[in-house]
Design a protein around this ligand. Structure first.
Ligand code: NDP
Ligand code: GDR
Length: 337
C-alpha cells in the first residue's frame, strides 16, 4: 500500500491572524504547508513569528518580498503548490490613508506577481484571493451580496477591488481555478492590536491591570459584521475544494456598532465603558465606511459554510484572552461589581 502524497499549500501572509489559523487548519487536514514571509521575519522569529509558535517545526517558510516578482517566482517554483492562499497585504485601512502609495504597490502588485507566478509555473494550482467587505465601502444596499456594486472608500479598498478584478481576469483569461472570498471583519485573540476590537479588549485588560486609565477611540457609531477568524479560514479552504472557481461573501449576517463592542467588552470585565472610553477626533478617518452587513447565503448553499460563533462569544473570548495575558481575571471584577 502506498500513502497518497500530501497536498501542498502555499500561504502568503502566514504570519498574520488568518494565515496562522489557516496553516493550523490545513496541517490538521494533512497538507504540507509552505508559507511566504519577509526575510526579517526569519531573522527575528521571537517577535515576528509568534502566531506560528505552536506549528513552526511543521511548516516550511520561504523568504520573499511582495515587491519582487523574481522572489515570488522562486518560492512558487520551490513549493510547487496545489493550492495557493494569497493573504499577505497591508491590511490596516487607517494606515492606507497615511501611505496610499505603498498600500497600492504592495497589495496590487503583490497579488499580480503571485497570480502570474502561479499561472506560469503551476497553472493547475488553485488560487484564493483575500477580498474584503471594504470593497463595498459606501454600500449601495443592505445586506451586501456577491452582486452588490463596489464603492471603496480608501486606497486599501481600492487595492482589494483591483486584486479581485485581477483574480477574476486570470480565471477568465487563463482558465485558472482562482476564487475570491469577500470576507467581512473577522477577529480573534490573534487580531493585530491596531484593529478596533483588539484595541478595545487589550485596553480593557490594561485598565483592569492598572496600567492605563482610559481608552481613546474614533468613530463609535461605525457598524461592522464581526465573525471569528478561526471559522472564516474554513470558508477559504471550502472555496478551493469546489469543481468551479467562484466568489463568495463570508459573513455572520449581524451588525453591531463599535460602541456596542466596547460596551460588551467592558461589561464582561465588570466595568462601564462610559467611564473609560474617550472620543478622539484624530482617530476618525477621512472617508469612513459607516455600515457593513453581509449576506452569506451563497456560501451556505454552495459551500455548506455558516458561522457558529456569535458576537457575544467572540467578545468574551477576546477579553478573556487579553486579561489572561495581562495576569488579571475579568470575572472576579465582574462579580465584585
Ligand atoms: P494581518 O494584518 O494579520 O496579516 C497580514 C499578513 O500580510 C502578515 O503576515 C504580514 O506579514 C503580511 N504582509 C503585509 N505586508 C506585507 C509585505 N509588504 N510583504 C510581505 N508580507 C506582507 O491580516 P489578516 O490575517 O487579518 O488578514 C489576511 C488577509 O485578509 C489580508 O489580505 C486582509 O487584507 C484580508 N482581509 C482581512 C479581514 C479581517 O477582518 N481580518 C477581512 C477581509 C479581508 P508581517 O507579519 O511580516 O507584517
Ligand atoms: P476595518 O477594521 O477598517 O473595518 O478593516 P478596524 O477594526 O480598523 O475598524 C473598524 C471600525 O472601527 C472604527 N474605529 C476605530 N478603528 C480603529 N482601528 N481604531 C480606533 O481607535 C477606532 N475607533 C473607531 C473605524 O473607523 C472603523 O469604522 C478590517 C481590516 O481587517 C481589513 O483588512 C478588512 O478588509 C476589513 O476589516 C473587512
Amino acid at each position: 500500500m502506498f500513502a497518497m502524497p500530501a497536498q501542498r499549500a502555499l500561504i502568503s501572509g502566514i504570519t498574520g491572524q488568518d494565515g496562522s489559523y489557516l496553516a493550523e487548519f490545513l496541517l490538521e487536514k494533512g497538507y504540507e504547508v509552505h508559507g511566504i514571509v519577509r526575510r526579517v521575519a526569519i531573522e527575528d522569529p521571537e517577535h515576528r513569528l509568534t502566531r506560528l509558535d505552536g506549528i513552526r517545526s511543521r511548516i516550511k517558510l520561504h523568504a520573499a518580498s511582495l515587491e519582487s516578482y523574481a522572489s515570488i517566482h522562486q518560492v512558487v517554483a520551490r513549493a510547487e503548490p496545489h493550492e495557493c492562499y494569497h493573504l499577505a497585504a497591508q491590511s490596516f485601512v487607517s494606515y492606507s490613508f497615511d501611505d496610499e502609495f505603498s498600500t497600492l504597490n504592495a497589495n496590487i502588485n503583490g497579488t499580480h506577481y503571485l497570480l502570474a507566478a502561479v499561472k506560469n509555473i503551476v497553472p493547475r494550482c488553485r488560487f484564493y484571493f483575500a477580498g474584503s467587505s471594504e470593497m463595498f465601502g459606501k454600500a449601495e444596499e443592505v445586506p451586501q451580496t456577491e452582486r452588490t456594486r463596489f464603492h471603496p472608500r480608501s486606497t486599501y479598498g481600492i487595492s482589494k477591488v483591483a486584486g479581485f478584478e485581477l483574480t477574476r481576469n486570470y480565471r477568465e483569461a487563463y482558465g485558472m481555478h482562482a476564487s475570491s472570498g469577500i470576507l467581512f471583519n473577522h477577529e480573534s485573540p490573534r487580531r493585530g492590536y491596531e484593529f478596533v476590537t483588539r484595541k478595545i479588549t487589550s485596553g480593557v485588560a490594561r485598565i483592569l491591570a492598572g496600567r492605563s486609565k482610559e481608552l481613546r477611540l474614533g468613530n463609535l457609531d461605525a457598524q461592522r459584521d464581526w465573525g471569528h477568524a478561526r471559522e472564516y479560514v474554513q470558508g477559504m479552504w471550502l472555496m478551493l475544494q469546489q469543481d468551479e472557481p467562484d466568489d463568495y461573501v463570508i459573513a455572520t449576517g449581524e451588525t453591531h456598532t463599535v460602541r456596542e463592542f466596547a460596551e460588551k467588552s467592558f461589561a464582561h470585565a465588570g466595568l462601564d465603558y462610559r467611564d473609560y472610553v474617550v472620543p478622539d477626533p484624530d482617530l476618525f478617518r477621512p472617508a469612513e465606511v459607516n455600515m457593513l452587513l453581509g449576506d452569506a447565503n451563497k456560501a451556505k448553499a454552495k459551500l455548506g459554510w455558516s458561522h457558529r460563533i456569535g458576537f457575544e462569544a467572540l467578545v468574551r473570548e477576546m477579553v478573556d484572552a487579553d486579561c489572561r495575558a495581562a495576569g488579571v481575571e475579568p470575572r472576579v471584577h465582574a462579580s465584585a461589581s
